[in-house]
Write a protein that binds this ligand. Structure first.
Ligand code: KG4
Ligand code: ZN
Length: 363
């Protein structure tokens, strides 16, 4: 089955054409065409995504992105079997652009339409492994625990059966990507901040020292809190960590580049500590056999390393799936993958309503 998928939930305009085969337990995907345009440069000057600007850019760019994906895939229209589109969660003005475009294509081309939950896209795509030129989802043991970490979400979700989700824990305030972006802004780093913080923190690690000492001009090491780390629940909180950075910065009027690096490093360590501790608790509580991390923040080098090492040492019986770099941040291939799972079940729709708060799982 060939799926044409559209993603416009935030600031990436993306269309992918993916050849999908196999069943739920053993599925294969070949990306035939994949066109993506990031709006980062446009939103940068505002320090975050402006929904109305995102909407305007999606409207302007979707037709070109479609031409590009079709040209790359070199597949005649009659060979597309279904159209999948992100229905939520995300920015509603942005979601509507993709939905209306998908509905128009489905009508004109006479193709069935599939509504996709963006977080399910992150989850299922992150379960895939790259084998040669293909992505493969196979050999997975249930239950599957997913840590979904993005700009708008931080949640632990349990999948006991294909496409059935239970919420194990979630953030009570900021999403982890949001905390990365806000702390980056406080440090004067450009949007989106996650990557910038990671770059600074990795520099500190590559220099081989963990705690800045007085010989480097610091009076004492920077220590940030690990909010709710011992709460005994799988819920998270990142607002306090962000505020702690704010108070710390108030005490350093003329901050040096080195001090910024060390704050970025300590912030990233605090985030990774909390994410791992909560995930470990969820692994214990759910006896999950597979752990997957997905969402934009799963691109983070340190978090990937912490999860790989910790699973190896503490849960060697658990299979860890971490997405390949191109599948971490928003893309349309993940929407095609999730779309295929629903299209295989013939879950087609005739109308779609954008839902900015669409949830994947409930307690
Ligand atoms: O999944 P995503 O592309 O969009 C949403 O669905 O929100 O995630 C975007 C988030 C942003 O907050 C961005 O700063 C963060 O992912 N991010 C990172 C890294 N790359 C992207 N955070 C930490 N380290 C990174 N390397
Ligand atoms: Zn996302």
């Amino acid at each position: 089955m060939r799926i044409l998928a559209i993603e416009t939930s935030c600031d990436e305009t993306a269309i992918a054409i993916v050849e999908c085969s196999g069943n739920e337990t053993s599925a294969r995907f070949t990306v035939l065409g994949n066109a993506l345009l990031s709006q980062v440069e446009i939103h940068k000057e505002y320090g975050g995504v402006v929904p109305m600007l995102a909407k305007r850019e999606h409207q302007k760019n979707l037709p070109h992105i479609l031409d590009k994906a079709i040209a790359e895939a070199n597949v005649p229209l009659q060979d597309i079997d279904a159209i999948a589109v992100t229905a939520g969660p995300g920015l509603e003005p942005a979601l509507w652009v993709g939905i209306n475009f998908a509905k128009a294509l489905a009508l004109v081309w006479n193709k069935p339409l599939v509504a996709v939950n963006h977080m399910e896209g992150h989850l299922l795509a992150s379960l895939s492994e790259k084998i040669g030129e293909q992505l493969s989802i196979s050999n997975l043991q249930f239950p599957i625990l997913a840590l979904l970490i993005s700009g708008g979400h931080t949640e632990l979700v349990l999948m006991k059966k294909w496409l059935e989700y239970e919420l194990v824990g979630q953030t009570r305030d900021d999403a982890v990507g949001e905390a990365f972006d806000k702390v980056a802004r406080m440090l004067g780093l450009p949007y989106p901040g996650g990557l910038e913080i990671s770059r600074l923190a990795e520099e500190v690690r590559s220099l081989g020292f963990v705690n800045p000492s007085s010989d480097e001009g610091f009076t004492k090491p920077f220590i940030l809190p690990r909010p709710m780390i011992d709460s005994g629940t799988c819920d998270f909180s990142f607002a306090g960590l962000k505020t702690a950075v704010l108070y710390l910065l108030k005490k350093i009027p003329d901050i040096s580049e080195k001090e910024k690096q060390h704050i970025a490093h300590e912030f990233e360590n605090a985030v990774a500590d909390v994410l791992w501790k909560k995930t470990a608790l969820a692994l214990e509580q759910t006896s999950a056999q597979t752990l997957v991390i997905g969402g934009g923040v799963s691109a983070n080098t340190h978090i990937r390393r912490v999860f790989k090492n910790s699973v190896d040492i503490r849960y060697p019986q658990v299979t860890l799936r971490i997405p390949t770099a191109s599948l971490t941040t928003d893309n349309a291939v993940m929407i095609a993958i999730a779309g295929y799972y629903h299209a295989s079940r013939k879950e087609f729709v005739t109308d779609i309503v954008a839902n900015g708060n669409l949830s994947l799982a409930q307690h």
